[in-house]
Write a protein that binds this ligand. Structure first.
Ligand SMILES: C[S@@+](CC[C@H](N)C(=O)[O-])C[C@H]1O[C@@H](n2cnc3c(N)ncnc32)[C@H](O)[C@@H]1O
Length: 304
């Protein structure tokens, strides 16, 4: 306690920005050593973790390509022509779910995929349902939270031709084969009746909305998400406090899936700035005792 208080006092005597500037002069190879990661974690836990938390509708297509590939490859374990239930909770304007559907259907066109997207904000759910986006313009304006970046940047349009088709007015629409049959709902992820509303799922995407929640609510919400997954199914969970994720999942029936773990963790350039920004990505540190849980995004339910 006294060490923490002394550190806190000393730290606050020095200007925060100066400390960050000094940190950034350290070569990144040195910053990634286990000792420096531990220093960074100390800074994060004591001075950054409890700084301002805010929700947004930030999302975009193909947000984490290694994650899309890894989840798609896991579907190889499902029987030919079988059913696959997938839900994106906190789906925002739909770019995440459409990206996953594209990745899965590419490798398993035989599966009967039943997809649902759910968000607390009705406005973004309506956008997701329409599946129409203008390049460089966030479609989530008017939603409950800050809109965030555009779902599609002009420079990325050529890489999205398999997902989006151009319309005469300059907008882009999600192709019919991805839009058809998706069910969109306005729901609160913390609602304990959620599994009655949406049913249990083979794959639950629960990304980037628990991080801004107060700790106790985030913990309850994660348990709620876990309860949606069928035995043997997968929970994909990112953008949540790492201590909460590790503690809750380690004590559960879920086990980390290590396929492409480090690649998935290192993807997404928008997560730079650790340890000075709350939502930034902690460097992957294999010397950390709980590294398998801490740096995994995909978890499998162990009740076979
Ligand atoms: C940052 S976006 C993430 C979108 C997408 N999951 C992704 O990772 O790209 C977070 C979304 O979660 C939604 N959200 C926040 N709290 C929620 C809650 N309690 N229940 C359902 N959705 C929630 C917000 O409305 C927002 O659209």
């Amino acid at each position: 306690m006294s060490i923490t208080m002394t550190g806190f006092t000393l730290f606050h005597q020095a200007p925060f920005r100066l400390c960050r500037a000094i940190w950034e002069t350290i070569p990144s190879s040195v910053r990634r050593t286990p000792t420096m990661v531990r220093v960074g974690r100390y800074i994060y836990r004591n001075f950054v973790r409890d700084t301002v938390r805010f929700q947004s509708h930030y999302t975009h297509f193909l947000r984490n390509p290694p994650l899309l590939s890894a989840v798609a490859s896991l579907t190889s374990g499902y029987p030919a022509n079988g059913n696959l239930n997938i839900i994106s909770i906190g789906c925002s304007t739909g770019a995440e779910l459409y990206s996953f559907l594209h990745a899965i259907k590419k490798v398993r066109s035989d599966l009967n995929v039943k997809a649902q997207g759910a968000d607390i904000s009705e406005v973004v759910v309506e956008v997701a349902k329409r599946g129409i986006y203008f390049p460089d313009t966030p479609a989530a304006e008017g939603g409950l939270y800050v809109a965030g970046r555009a779902e599609v940047a002009s420079k990325d349009v050529p890489s999205l031709v398999e997902i989006l088709e151009p319309l005469a007015d300059g907008s882009l629409r999600v192709k019919d084969r991805l839009r058809q049959d998706v069910v969109w709902l306005t729901v609160d992820a913390t609602d304990e009746r959620l599994s009655n509303l949406v049913g249990r799922q083979d794959i639950v995407l629960a990304n980037n909305f628990m991080g801004p929640m107060p700790d106790e609510l985030a913990e309850r919400c994660l348990v709620n998400m876990m309860g949606l997954v069928v035995p043997g199914g997968y929970l994909v969970v990112d953008g949540i406090d790492l201590d909460i994720k590790t503690q809750v999942l380690k004590a559960s029936r879920f086990r980390p899936v290590l396929t492409s773990q480090e690649e998935i963790w290192s993807s997404e350039s928008s997560r730079g700035g650790w340890p000075w920004l709350r939502w930034a990505r902690e460097p992957f540190d294999r010397s950390e005792a709980d590294w398998a849980y801490r740096y995994s995004v995909i978890f499998q339910s162990g009740d076979h």
